[in-house]
Design a protein. Structure first.
Length: 186
């Protein structure tokens, strides 16, 4: 499978200071906004494949129906997830992303990358578009940055350094200053 057969899209919501999780490594409820959750769920419903790490999941009513690849070090390469028939376990140290996609039975369409930080970083040079939602009035002290390198660099600087450019921005929740910007590959 070539890279061009699968459209790679990233999705994250970050606080104003670039955090995805609190000091305990958990996304705080304050970072969950109904409008952003609806945007996220709609996008995942349209995706052919969901890709995430062991701590990232969408926790939505249709989550179990989605074909997914979960990154793990518990398998040598790729394997079926015994707990979820729609999931493939993938160890990037033992197999390529294309191998994992083939194992999952998805060789075209859209792959939605939903985190965490190391997973986002793996695809930085492959994203066709990265949907960066941000809660501009919320800061999370001592949290986990959405990408490796935050807070030294901003999420926007990191995306730009990988050839993505901000395109359209949509206000999702004006009352809470939450928006989403599509960062597209030039």
């Amino acid at each position: 499978m070539t890279q061009s057969q699968l459209r790679i899209e990233g999705y994250v919501i970050l606080s104003a200071n670039g955090m995805l999780a609190d000091a305990s490594g958990v996304m705080p409820p304050e970072l969950k906004f109904d409008a952003d959750q609806k945007f996220f769920e709609t996008a995942l419903d349209a995706a052919d494949l969901i890709v995430h790490g062991k701590h990232s999941f969408e926790d939505q009513p249709r989550s179990a129906l989605r074909t997914r690849i979960a990154l793990t070090r518990t398998v040598p390469a790729v394997a079926r997830d015994p707990a979820n028939p729609k999931a493939t376990l993938w160890n990037p140290a033992g197999a390529s992303f294309e191998d994992a996609c083939n194992h999952a039975g998805v060789t075209s369409g859209t792959a939605a990358i939903i985190g965490g930080p190391e997973v986002f970083e793996m695809f930085m040079d492959r994203y066709d578009v990265f949907w960066l939602s941000q809660a501009h009035r919320l800061t999370i002290p001592d949290g986990t940055g959405g990408f490796p390198g935050i807070p030294v660099k901003s999420a926007q600087d990191i995306l730009a350094a990988h050839g993505l450019k901000p395109a359209e921005t949509h206000v999702l929740d004006a009352a809470h200053a939450v928006d989403v910007t599509a960062w597209r590959r030039a």
